[in-house]
Design a protein around this ligand. Structure first.
Ligand code: 76R
Length: 281
């Protein structure tokens, strides 16, 4: 029998683009000195030129975000953070690096695939109002209640846009690490009721907000996409604030009891040409 297979009208068209938000790739390379030495002067110059062009965030066809940095320590030398609506435009940068004259001298050492999201713990306007009444004892008639609620209602769309399609701060240092919420029999985040997870995340947000102006964070989601559940990208006005925030947040119950972390990558943001100069390529 010929079975028509029409999806219900409410389903979106199949697509690799997200309903909202961006795909994100963090990628790390190590310079292979032996391969670099094999390159002729002209191939080296050509390779350098194509990488500088490829990593220019202003070039036509560049992904929405394209950040280059040089990595501290020997886990890697060069790091890219790339975001766009199209995951294949992001991957195109990776493939073009590989296919360039410098490709053989840039060995990939680590990568992390994630997407942006608005966390389920970001309070909606209604939840924010409930919280003001419950935790701060404000009443519906209180003008201060209305003022706070309105201010949150004004901020929320901007804050959500920043979570989904973030602008990067103009700061010199960035830190990336992946993390999970643990599923240990004695401490399983996923067995906690929403109310208690929400309370812990609210404590977490309160401790994070104290770093406003010194650290900016982007949490990207990777459950089902990569080996860890989230990627944490931090930008610092100064490297010492990165140490301070990660240390401070270790004491939040959400981290102290439930978080586990992967490798940390600290890197210094540079225009591509300066990054290659720094790497002596
Ligand atoms: O997005 C928001 O600002 C709303 C509040 C908030 C949420 C929902 C928030 C605030 N975070 C949220 C979610 Mn966070 N965050 C981390 C780390 O090192 C560690 O201990 C953990 C790594 C840091 C440093 C950090 C910083 N946060 C999350 C989630 C997703 C949980 C989920 O959805 O299940 C993770 C994994 C996570 C981890 N967080 C903040 C910060 C900072 C600095 C803030 C305040 C942001 C601000 O200025 O408003």
């Amino acid at each position: 029998m010929n079975r028509p297979h029409h999806p219900p009208a409410s389903l979106p068209e199949p697509s690799v683009k997200l309903a909202q938000g961006w795909h994100c790739l963090h990628i790390y390379y190590r310079v292979d000195q032996a391969a670099l030495r094999q390159l002729s002067e002209s191939d080296l110059a050509e390779g350098r030129e194509s990488i500088v062009h490829l990593l220019d965030p202003e070039r036509p066809g560049a992904p929405q975000r394209l950040q280059t940095s040089v990595v501290s320590g020997h886990k890697a030398d060069l790091s890219l953070m790339i975001m766009d609506t199209d995951p294949l435009l992001i991957d195109g940068v990776r493939q073009a690096i590989r296919a360039s004259k410098l490709g053989c001298a840039l060995q990939p050492t680590y990568s992390f695939v994630s997407i942006t999201e608005v966390s389920e713990y970001v309070p909606t306007l209604e939840q924010y109002g409930d919280k003001l009444r419950r935790d701060e004892g404000m009443s519906l008639e209180d003008p201060a209640y209305t003022a706070k609620l309105n201010a949150y209602g004004q901020r929320l769309p901007m804050m959500n846009r920043q979570r989904l399609c973030p602008d990067f701060p103009n700061w010199p240092v960035t830190c990336f690490y992946p993390m999970n919420k643990i599923r240990h029999p004695a401490a399983n985040w996923y067995m906690e009721p929403f109310s208690s997870r929400s309370a812990m995340m609210s404590e977490h947000a309160t401790s994070g907000i104290k770093f406003a102006g010194r650290v900016s964070q982007l949490i990207t989601a990777s459950t089902g996409l990569d080996d860890w559940e989230w990627g944490v990208t931090l930008w610092g006005r100064n490297p010492e604030y990165i140490k301070e925030i990660v240390y401070t947040m270790r004491f939040d119950t959400a981290s102290a009891r439930y978080a586990e972390f992967g490798p940390f990558y600290l890197s210094y943001i540079k225009p591509p040409v300066d990054a290659l100069d720094h790497l002596q390529i």
